[in-house]
Structures are given as C-alpha cells and as structure tokens.
Design a protein around this ligand. Sequence first.
Ligand code: ADE
Length: 413
Amino acid sequence: MDQELLLKGSRRLEWAEAHMSVLREIGKKLNETGTLKGVKVGMALHVEAKTGMLAVTLAQAGAKVRLASCNPLSTDDSVALALKHERGVEVYARKGESHDEYYENLNAVLDMRPEFVIDDGADLITMLHTVRREQLSEVKGGNEETTTGVIRLKAMAADGKLNFPVMAVNDARMKYLFDNRYGTGQSTFDGFLNATNLLVAGKELVVAGYGWCGRGVAMRAKGLGAIVTITEVDAVRAIEARLDGFNVMTMAQAAPRADIIITATGCKDIVRAEHLSMVKDGCVMGNSGHFDNEISKKALESMASPPVRVREHVERYDLKDGRKVYLIAEGRLMNLAAGQGHPVEIMDMSFSIQALALEHLVRNCATMRPEVYPVPSGMDELVARLKLKAMGLSIDELTPAQKKYLEDWQEGT
Ligand code: ADE
C-alpha cells in the first residue's frame, strides 16, 4: 500500500473533521437515537474529504455504508484509501476511472442491496430504475444532492416512473443558499486558478447561467477584477443579473469577446459549434455544472485536431483556422476535477442536511409516496442554529408582543 498517499488522505479527513462541527453535532444526535443502526446506505457522491466525513458519520451511527463516485474525475484517491483502510468505509472510486469503471463502481454500490441511497446527479437512482429494476422494491428512499439530480428526479416523478420517495436536499435553504452560491463561487476559482495559474483581473469573463451557482461564480469573478458578462434564458434572472451590475447578452454576442467562459447552467450545449467558431484565440473554457455536456466536446473535436494536454488539467484545441482554445478538466466540473470542491465549512452545512434528511426518510418512509419531497424547514432551522453557534454569532428573538403583532392581522400599526 502507498503509505504516503494513505497519510495524506488521513490528514485530509482529520482536517475536514476538525472543521465540520455541525455534522459532528448531528452525528452525536444520530448515535443517541440509534435510527440508522443496521440501515444499508448506498452512496454516489464526489469522493473527497468532506464526503468522507459524511460517510464516516453515518457509519459511526450504525449504518452500513458503501460509497462510489458520482463523477469519474472528482475522486481524491488519498481520501478513498484512508476511508477504506482507517475508517472502515467501503469505497469504489478512482480518479480518472473509465466510463465502464464508473458504472462498475455504481453497480458495486448497488450490489450491497441498499435500502436507502444518497445520490449526486441521480445516476445511481436512474440505474435502479433502469438496469437494476429487480432490486427497486428493496429501496425505501433516497436523497439527492444537486440541482441537476433534482431536475432529473422531478422529471422521473412527473413521468410516473419514480418508485420511492426522494428528499430534494439541494432545495433546502441551508444547502442551495450557501453550497450552490458561495461553495461553487469559491471552488470554481480554486479549480480555475489551480488549472491555469492565469490572472482573472481585467479579463472579459462570461458566466453562462445565473442560478445560485452562476450567481456565486459571477460574484467571485467580479471580486477578482474580471469584467463579467452573464448569459441566461430566464428573463427574470437576466434582469437580476443586470441589476447586480453585470453585462447581459446572448452567448453569440458574448463568445467573441470572452477571454474566459465558465458554464454553470445544468443544461447541455451551452457553448456549441456556432459559438466556438467565434471565440477569440486563447479563450479558456471551463464548466462548473454537474455534467460534462455544457461545453460541446463533440463540436470541439469536430472543429480541431486531437487535444494536447498543456497542463495537468488543461487541454489545448487547435482549431482549423489557427485559433487555439483551452478546455479545463475535459469539460467536467472544474471545482472538483481541478480543485478541491466546496470549502469544508460549506459542506458541513450541506452534509448535515443530508444526514438529517436520511434520518427523516428512515423514520417516515413507510408513509411517504414515491415523490420528490422538500426537506422539512425544521432541518434548515436546526442546521442554521448549530452553524450560528459554531460561528460564535447570536441573533435577536421576537418578543411576545412582536409575535402577536405578526399573527394579528387586525392590529395594524
Ligand atoms: N464536495 C463533495 N460534494 C461536493 C459537491 N457536490 N460539490 C462540490 N464539492 C463537493
């Protein structure tokens, strides 16, 4: 065994553990109640230190846990090793795994016959509803971590195809307000800067999508001194972007001026042939959405000679007309493929919601329908209170008279 790699993973887990105080509190509560004792949980998440601490927390609370990656490029091999050898978590993941290996690993998670699943992007749940249907009836519920996954699962439910209840962890306020905005905002530039070592200040930077992730990326790009342009398909969000002080235009208008293009839409074909035909020589492109289909690799491949790896996480495409463009991390989510994912304190909140949502499912699945459920607001409140405490912040409380005022429509002023 590679002892150096093991030590590195071990230290990374310790670091995450030390900075995830909310999850620690939730873990204590789960240990006391014993709700997760003996429960089989299959997980497909980004296998890195914060995820590792979620798996460890569930395992310490008595769950039987098996973990695979939800993306072929996002695994931290050092953490995977330390989880296996020091923390007793079964892990099936390797950074750079092939397409076939990726599905073999998801299959290995399903081989444990999980009663509950925790997914990020909905590939695991989709497999259960397609190629592993024979064990669908054994699954009592699932959690979904990300916007893309929730969209897929809502489509599945609308089609009448979803077979068990799913908690939309992504849609909890304590998740998307911080993870999607501040998490993606910071980690996108962790990945970008690590991959490129380029200056952001003074660059024309285009952000595709002004959802919570796009808002976070745009905010941080502005902070780093970029001249930021937003592309959107939602008219309301486009106005919001404009009033937040950004240029707003179509991708066709934005692409020719871009030094950097970052996609964060959750949709496909955002940068396609018609845009690639106009981008400037030297344009650097990267994606922070869940799947690697936002920047069309098919179009790039058809317009350029085979890519040349010019840095660890950057490939150069030489277009036939002589322009060169650069793609970060093969168009996969650069915050994890080229960076370390969201900051620890952010994932502390997201994974606390995950742990509580799982407990909720275990307790209530017998009476829940096969639908996508919002996370109960009490969980947001609990995690927020614990986080405030961890931050050393106090807030005011309503006085009895204020409470009455808010409930009494007759009182007026
Ligand atoms: N670390 C673990 N899961 C993550 C996610 N979904 N996004 C960013 N960083 C992560």
